[in-house]
Design a protein around this ligand. Structure first.
Ligand code: OKP
Ligand code: ZN
Length: 343
C-alpha cells in the first residue's frame, strides 16, 4: 500500500508529560514511528514522503487564530525568556464555563490554556513542522484516493483525533483525520465516513463534523465515564441540526474483550454502509491492544488482521491515519496487520 511517513517526526519529541500528578517520559514518542517504519519496510510497502500542502484544507478545519498560535507558539515562548528554550510550557488555567474565550489573552500560558483541553499535550520547538507534515500526508493521501488509489496509510505522529477546531489535547494538535475527510470532500466525494477505532473517543473529529450530514463520524471507544477524554463520547451524542443522525458513538467498558469489540464493529460497518459513502477515513489507533500501557481493551495482534479484513469487505477506498498505540514495540506489527489484511 502507498504509505506516507513523516521524515521530520523526530522533531516532535517532548521529554515528559503529566501522569498522576507527576512528570513521566512521554508515551507518545518517536520510537512508535520507528517501529511502524521498520514493519512497513519489512513487508515491502511503498513508503513515500508527503508532498501536498495542507494549508488550504487546514483553514477549513481549524480557526485562523488557533493555526496562527500553533505556528508561532514556540517563538512566542522563547521570546519571553532565553531560559525557556530548555523548558516545556504547560497550560495551568482554562476558560471553562462562565469565562471568556472570545478574547485572546496576551499572557502566553493563558493563551496555551485557551487553545488546550488538557495539560497532556506537550509542545516543543519542532512541533509545528512535524504536525504540518502529518496534515500534509493526510491531504496527499486524500488526493491519491481521488486519483483512484484504493488505500493509503499515513504512518504519521503525533495523533490528531482529539484536536478540535480551536484546541489541542491528548497529544493532538492538528486533526489529520478531519483534514483527510475534508480533502476527500473537496476532491469530489459526496459522502465520506470516518471510522475511529482508537481506544479513546475522537472528540475533536466529532466536534468538527457534528452539524454536517456529508461526513459521518462513527467511533468505538472506552466509555468516557471512566476513560479519557471524559467530557465527550457518550452514546446519546447523535449529531446536531443537519448533522443529526450522522454521529454514532459506541462506548464500551474498560476490559472489553475482542468478541464484544468486533460485535460493535459490525454495528459501525452497518451504519457506514447505510451512509453510502464514497470513501472511508480510518482513525487507526492501535491502543485497543491488550498490551497497551494506558488503555483497557483486549485486542490481540491477530485481531488487527481481522479488523483489516472486515474493513476490506466494506468495498470502499480508504485513508488510514495512525492515531494512538503506546505499546511501541508491537505497534508496527499491529498497524501493518490492518493494512496488509485490507489490501
Ligand atoms: C491519545 B490518543 C495524561 C495521560 C493521558 C490522555 C490520553 C491521550 C490518548 N497526560 N493522556 O487517543 O491515543
Ligand atoms: Zn488513543
Amino acid at each position: 500500500m502507498i504509505t506516507f511517513f513523516g521524515n521530520l517526526h523526530e522533531g516532535h519529541a517532548p521529554a515528559s508529560e503529566f501522569y498522576r500528578g507527576e512528570l513521566v517520559p512521554c508515551f507518545e514518542k518517536p520510537a512508535r514511528a520507528h517501529y511502524v517504519q521498520a514493519q512497513l519496510a519489512l513487508r515491502g510497502h511503498d513508503v513515500r514522503t508527503p508532498a501536498a500542502d495542507s494549508r488550504a484544507v487546514l483553514a477549513r478545519i481549524h480557526t485562523p487564530r488557533y493555526l496562527q498560535f500553533l505556528e508561532t507558539a514556540w517563538q512566542q515562548w522563547g521570546a519571553l525568556d532565553t531560559a525557556n528554550a530548555a523548558v516545556q510550557p504547560f497550560p495551568s488555567v482554562w476558560p471553562v464555563r462562565g469565562l471568556r474565550s472570545d478574547v485572546e489573552p496576551v499572557n502566553f500560558i493563558a493563551k496555551l490554556g485557551l487553545y488546550s483541553m488538557d495539560n497532556g499535550t506537550p509542545l516543543v520547538e519542532g512541533t509545528w513542522r512535524v504536525i504540518k507534515q502529518a496534515a500534509d500526508a493526510a491531504a496527499h493521501a486524500a488526493q491519491l484516493i481521488g486519483q483512484g488509489e484504493r488505500g493509503v496509510f499515513c504512518a504519521t505522529r503525533p495523533p490528531g483525533h482529539h484536536a478540535g477546531a480551536d484546541f489541542m489535547g491528548g497529544y493532538c494538535f492538528l486533526n489529520n483525520a478531519a483534514v483527510a475527510a475534508q480533502a476527500l470532500r473537496d476532491g469530489g466525494c459526496e459522502r465520506v465516513a470516518i471510522l475511529d477505532v482508537d481506544f479513546h473517543h475522537g472528540n475533536g473529529t466529532q466536534e468538527i463534523f457534528y452539524d454536517r450530514a456529508d461526513v459521518l463520524f462513527v467511533s468505538l471507544h472506552g466509555d468516557p465515564l471512566t476513560e479519557y477524554p471524559f467530557y465527550l463520547g457518550h452514546a446519546d451524542e447523535r449529531g446536531h441540526g443537519a448533522g443529526e443522525g450522522f454521529n454514532l458513538n459506541l462506548p464500551m467498558p474498560a476490559g472489553t474483550p475482542a468478541d464484544r469489540w468486533f460485535a460493535a464493529l459490525e454495528v459501525a460497518c452497518e451504519r457506514i454502509v447505510r451512509h453510502r459513502a464514497d470513501a472511508l477515513v480510518v482513525s487507526l489507533g492501535l491502543d485497543t491492544f491488550e498490551g497497551d500501557p494506558i488503555s483497557k481493551f483486549k485486542l490481540s495482534t491477530a485481531d488487527y488482521s481481522r479488523l483489516g479484513e472486515r474493513l476490506k469487505r466494506l468495498g470502499l477506498p480508504a485513508v488510514f491515519i495512525l492515531e494512538g498505540g503506546y505499546a511501541a514495540a508491537q505497534l508496527g506489527v499491529n498497524a501493518v496487520n490492518v493494512i496488509d489484511a485490507f489490501e
